[in-house]
Design a protein around this ligand. Structure first.
Ligand SMILES: NC(=O)c1ccc[n+]([C@@H]2O[C@H](COP(=O)([O-])OP(=O)(O)OC[C@H]3O[C@@H](n4cnc5c(N)ncnc54)[C@H](O)[C@@H]3O)[C@@H](O)[C@H]2O)c1
Length: 372
């Protein structure tokens, strides 16, 4: 049994559990946290029968009152209409302040259900139970919740820290390979920004597998129990990076910007593809481009760029920038949320495990990095 991680901010503290089979411990963990009110379990259609039904049954067996709501899979569920439906469901069935929302699913469910919990009755408890690699490593930890607006993604929301994050890595075995693959981009990112040892471990596994990137899930192989256990350990280590960063900077005023490595170019490319590229695929491309910017700035050598590219490829992702107009990419980077006083704050690697924030990257250098 691995020890729990802990997020500790100025306002709160909560455990983050990353473990195979972790869902089985949910009833006892809720009891231990004093969460004995009704439970409002939100999931999406993909996890409803696979995980939500057994979880609800186990909770009822332990004496909890459980209400279940399933949303259609996909980002369109992060809408004000769906949020309003969730509010109606809870109010009509008598939600109380001592109750808790259980968000079981990927980042879509986590963001939507988390925001419903943040807003109903001025805020009730939420437990995040991520079932995608991306939501385990990123979305479920740190308390960012919200929905999309017609004018842009994630524009309406609130910080609402969960009381518990319970990531059961066994749930990844049913994840479609493309969803698993894109999650590796965030795992690699966490190695580059803060944990060189994690990066080296990822390299060691790739090396042991002959740098073979043909596996659909990007090295994940549910049939190989030993490998799956090793990769679960790596996921926990990648989650630890997010736990550390949000503990230092709960409200994204400083350190949390480092989590955006690869995202400035990544978001631009994602938008230019009209979301044809998955988020993690775009972040992989963005990390490669931003490492090249760092190299041209003289912050790191070519070896870092090559090691990172080799790892991205080994985990089933690409580094090549799609053939978009450089001006279009640059225009979109100026709309990045990290722009301050019309200057982009770039998160750039100085070494594996260390990044620096720079706002002095000349446009001509950016063009050279993107054209290359
Ligand atoms: N709050 C944050 O800090 C934060 C950070 C990053 C991303 N996000 C948000 O997260 C969302 C993306 O999250 P995501 O990548 O998890 O996408 P997602 O929630 O859409 O899940 C991806 C797909 O996998 C399915 N699925 C989920 N778990 C499964 C499982 N175990 N087995 C089989 N299928 C499963 C889902 O139904 C969906 O079709 C975006 O809306 C993004 O804005 C939030």
């Amino acid at each position: 049994m691995t020890a729990d991680l802990t997020v500790t901010t100025t306002s709160t503290s909560y455990p983050v559990v990353v473990q195979a089979g972790a869902l089985a411990s949910l009833p006892t963990r809720l009891e231990a946290l004093g969460l004995r009110g009704a439970l409002w379990l939100v999931c999406d259609g993909a996890v409803e029968t696979l995980y939500a039904a057994p979880v609800a049954e186990r909770l009822r067996g332990a004496g909890f009152v459980v209400h279940t709501y399933s949303v259609p899979p996909g980002d369109a569920s992060k809408s004000s209409a769906r949020l309003s439906d969730l509010h109606t469901w809870m109010i009509a069935d008598g939600v109380e302040r001592r109750d808790a929302v259980l968000a079981l699913g990927g980042g879509v469910v986590g963001d939507l259900a988390g925001f419903a919990a943040a807003t109903i009755l001025r805020g009730i408890a939420v437990v995040q139970m991520p079932t995608t690699l991306l939501s385990m490593v990123d979305a479920a930890v740190g308390g960012k919740t919200g929905i999309n607006h017609a004018l842009g993604k994630n524009l309406i929301g609130a910080f609402h820290q969960p009381r518990l994050v319970l990531a059961d890595t066994d749930t990844l075995s049913s994840l479609p390979p493309h969803a698993l693959r894109e999650g590796w981009a965030e795992v690699i990112k966490h190695g580059v920004i803060r944990d060189a040892g994690l990066f080296v471990e990822l390299e060691r596994i790739a090396e042991a597998r002959g740098w073979d990137n043909a596996r659909p899930g990007g090295l994940w192989d549910a049939a190989d129990a030993a490998l799956t256990a090793t990769l679960s350990g790596l996921i926990r280590r990648a989650v630890a990076v997010k736990v550390e960063v949000v503990s230092i900077d709960e409200f994204e005023r400083g350190e949390r910007i480092t989590l955006n490595y690869g995202h400035t170019i990544g978001h631009a490319v994602e938008q230019l593809s009209h979301y044809g590229l998955l988020h993690g695929e775009a972040v992989a491309v963005g990390m490669h481009a931003e490492a090249r910017i760092a190299q041209l700035m003289g912050m790191c050598d070519g070896d870092l760029v090559e090691r990172q590219a080799a790892l991205i490829h080994a985990y089933g992702l690409r580094t090549a920038l799609p053939a978009y107009d450089v001006d279009a990419i640059l225009a979109l980077t100026m709309r990045d949320k990290k722009v301050q006083a019309k200057k982009i704050r770039w998160v750039l690697p100085a070494a594996i495990g260390t990044v620096q924030v720079r706002d002095d990257v000349p446009e001509e250098l950016l063009r050279r990095a993107l054209q290359a």
